[in-house]
Ligand binder design. Structure first.
Ligand code: TRP
Length: 427
């Protein structure tokens, strides 16, 4: 449940629909599904192997397996990327607080107006960041698990409900087509690379989260099973989010390539059209939805923060609470820049990307891919094959060939594809 909580979050509900909308619809979906199953799943397993083999945080883990070597970079990357992501993730988490507040107070502000302001988005972002750090201060078991087992099922039910409703809106058929009928002429190396990046982001791969969480896994647990459970539930959630959002986008006449605001522009349309027929239902549904979105975002941000905190605590022997406070300050500083980049700092751009987009693209297209690449190289080429296979087979009933298939992908296929994806970003 903790894995699913880390995976299912804003990545599925906010990022996936907008990436799909910007990158060709169904063709993107297809590449995303294929790359999750044949690439991300084995990489997830590789990272779990590192974590459970050593039972330590990601820098410590690499140190145990390959003391004093240049593999340290893997550990360092794994600690800093999450902090980097947390900077802008918390900004979006803040947006969900604002939208919850709007739902409770029956008002609606246009997304562009809201993010263009200074204080409202900053305050929401700060609340989200402090909440995240407070939960992490409570510890993995009591903090994260309790939250997760309650909120994921609730979110699931709500998204199915919204998807059904949004499919009934006039004009939604076009959205369904956009989501399901691939136009292969749209496929390009860039879109494939973005789909791989999205798959990594969604599964929390490439930066030590899976390593850190797996370090708490017991030997009786089957790594392949936890990995496929996480991959499939995340795929399913993302697809459902697509079903809920895309028809509504077309019904509302919004452009599918609207960018990071897509979900926050289209959902209010769904709720307000629902309110014309059933005001009470719409109010309850929207409030519940934003609450669950917020909690899903928190279970993910908590996982991002956990990596840095685990490292500070184990490596520097400082108290958990103090580590959380340090992390909170760092994230507040980075996130403030991202938050302001839709308003007062919107003139700062690189190749047309504002600070927020720079953070987002650097993280998922470069840092995550680099982290994943080093991770599979480490497991495939540095660790002993027998150790890796033993770790994958632990807790596995029966003797099938899957561990060998995973190993083959980890050793040969994954590094090759990831290298291509990484390089393609520069063209
Ligand atoms: N997977 C989460 C989501 O989809 C976000 C996230 C949490 C993440 N931890 C991560 C992304 C680690 C990349 C790496 O919302």
């Amino acid at each position: 449940m903790a894995f699913a909580g880390s995976a299912i979050g804003l990545g599925s509900i906010w990022r996936f629909p907008y990436m799909l909308g910007e990158n060709g619809g169904a063709a993107f979906l297809l590449v995303y599904i294929v790359s999750t199953l044949i690439l991300s799943l084995p990489i997830f397993i590789a990272e779990s192997v590192i974590g459970r083999r050593t039972h330590s945080n990601c820098i410590g883990a690499v140190h145990k397996l390959a003391p004093g070597s240049i593999w340290r970079i893997l550990g360092i990357l794994s600690v800093f990327t999450p902090i980097f992501i947390l900077g802008y993730y918390s900004v979006v988490g803040g947006w969900s607080i604002e939208y919850l507040w709007q739902a409770v107070s029956f008002r609606h502000t246009d997304f562009a107006d809201f993010v263009g302001g200074v204080w409202a988005p900053l305050i929401c972002f700060a609340i989200f960041t402090v909440l995240t750090c407070a939960i992490v201060a409570g510890g993995v078991k009591s903090g994260i698990e309790k939250f997760t087992s309650f909120c994921i099922p609730a979110l699931f039910v709500l998204i199915v409900g919204i998807a059904v409703y949004s499919l009934s809106l006039p004009g939604s058929g076009e959205g369904l087509k956009y989501l399901l009928m691939p136009d292969f002429s749209k496929l390009s190396p860039k879109i494939c690379a973005y789909a791989v990046g999205q798959s990594f982001f969604s599964l929390s791969l490439g930066m030590g989260i899976v390593i850190t969480y797996s370090s708490y896994l017991q030997d009786k647990e089957d790594i392949g099973f936890t990995a496929s459970g996480t991959a499939i539930s995340t795929l399913f959630f993302s697809f459902l989010a697509g079903l809920a959002i895309m028809p509504a986008v077309f019904a509302a006449g919004l452009p599918p390539a609207a960018g990071p605001g897509l979900v926050f522009d289209s959902l209010p349309y769904v709720f307000s059209s629902m309110a014309e027929k059933a005001p009470l239902l719409s109010a309850c549904a929207s409030i519940l939805f934003y609450i669950s979105l917020l909690i899903a975002a928190l279970t993910s941000s908590v996982s991002l923060a956990e990596v840095g905190v685990a490292w500070l605590v184990e490596e520097f022997k400082i108290r958990r609470g103090a580590a959380c406070a340090v992390l909170c300050l760092v994230v507040l500083a980075a996130g403030a820049l991202c938050s302001l980049s839709f308003g007062p700092l919107s003139h700062i751009t690189i190749w047309g990307n504002n600070i927020f987009n720079i953070f987002d693209k650097t993280a998922s297209n470069l840092l995550l891919i680099a982290g994943g690449f080093l991770g599979v190289l480490f497991v495939g080429w540095k660790m002993k094959k027998a150790d890796v296979l033993e770790e994958i087979r632990k807790g596995r009933k029966g003797r099938d060939r899957m561990p060998d298939v995973y190993y083959f992908i980890i050793k040969y296929l994954a590094p090759g594809i990831l290298a291509l994806v990484f390089i393609s970003n520069f063209f």
